[in-house]
Design a protein around this ligand. Structure first.
Ligand SMILES: Cc1cc2nc3c(=O)[nH]c(=O)nc-3n(C[C@H](O)[C@H](O)[C@H](O)COP(=O)(O)O)c2cc1C
Length: 324
């Protein structure tokens, strides 16, 4: 496939695996990149900037294809040395970075001086336009359907993508609840130059997480997510389980504050979920694409299937509708 994004990033297919806290490690990134997509390691999954350099070195032993690192800039209880992480990313030699969360202004000079292509992920057109003015090369447009931080505007991709096509000059990729070739074809039709997927890549062979989590995604449906922290204006789409139900109940009680909820959403609960497979032990981001997840393929099988299905639609189904 050839789009502005494949050309700019030097990848075979316009398919990106978005950064995933704790999940996005070297093996998954290498598998996605070897399969023709863009694999991304998540910087903040590593405890120090130096560890990011080691993780990229490890990834390099598994692939010679383009790889990237995600840097998610969000308010945290413990301050994160974002500039140090950005400098470590530069030192690692990767040429593509995915930024997300807040405006990436503080790290842009460090990344751009090193000639790095920056993909900024955001959930609104105004943030996308701002990122464009900051020099971001590609925007990852995260619709309301997406896993994790959905923003507060609630605009889904069927609307957000054509708005992006009207208002952005730089290429953009579609992100949120995507997992099939039909959706890749639709994203391209809506003006995007590629797709970004998170949840779909959780259920792949090379993703290191416990099989219980993958099987929960295979069993689940499009109704198995919940939005938490809506009242606190920090909305997050998570896999529906005992904890998200509790969080939603607390959110509905105006006497409760973040202090009453934070122990439930703590990142320290993640190992019990991802390493031990205890599905109600903590929270994890997921989108309704769960409804389209029916198996646990290799990244190569998944990506080839998506590309083949999209190509079939573009070559056969759509032309037949306008022929004659
Ligand atoms: C388990 C998980 C963890 C994630 N962690 C991050 C993160 O740390 N930083 C980030 O920018 N996006 C994160 N995301 C969002 C993904 O990069 C991607 O934008 C999102 O999953 C797209 O929606 P989808 O899951 O419907 O494909 C995460 C997603 C998942 C599923």
């Amino acid at each position: 496939m050839k789009t502005r994004v494949t050309e700019m990033l030097g990848v075979r297919y316009p398919i990106v695996c978005g950064g995933m806290m704790r999940v996005g490690r070297a093996k998954l990134a290498a598998a996605v990149s070897n399969a023709g997509g863009l694999g991304i390691m998540t910087a903040l999954s590593l405890p120090t900037p130096e560890e990011v350099i080691k993780e990229v070195e490890l990834c390099r032993t598994m692939t010679d294809q383009p790889i990237a690192v995600n840097l998610t800039i969000l308010p945290t209880i413990k301050p994160v040395p974002y500039e140090d992480y950005a400098r470590a990313i530069v030192a690692s030699g990767v040429k593509i970075v995915e930024t997300a969360g807040n405006n990436p202004q503080r790290v842009m000079p460090i990344l751009k001086e090193a000639g790095i292509k920056v993909i900024h992920k955001c959930t609104s057109i105004r943030h996308a336009k701002k990122a464009e003015t900051l020099g971001c090369d590609i925007i990852s447009v995260d619709g309301f359907e997406c896993a994790g931080h959905v923003g507060e505007d609630d605009v889904p991709n069927m609307l957000l993508l054509p708005l992006a096509a009207e208002q952005l000059s730089v290429p953009f990729i579609a992100s949120g609840a995507i997992g099939s070739g039909r959706q890749l074809a639709a994203a391209l039709a809506l003006g995007a130059d590629g797709i970004n997927m998170g949840t779909r890549f959780l259920a792949t062979q090379e993703c290191w997480i416990h099989d219980n989590v993958k099987q929960a995604l295979v069993r689940g449906t499009e109704l198995d997510t919940q939005l938490v922290f809506r009242r606190l204006r920090n909305s997050s789409r998570l896999f529906k389980n005992a904890i998200t139900k509790e969080l939603v109940a607390l959110d509905a009680d105006p006497t409760k504050t973040f202090e009453d909820m934070k122990h439930l959403a703590a990142g320290s609960r993640s190992p019990a979920v991802f390493e031990k497979g205890e599905l109600d032990a903590g929270t994890w981001s997921s989108s309704g694409v769960i409804g389209l997840i029916h198996d646990v393929p290799t990244c190569a099988e998944l990506i080839e299937r998506i590309v083949a299905d999209a190509t079939e639609i573009i070559r056969k189904r759509l032309p037949a509708m306008v022929a004659g």
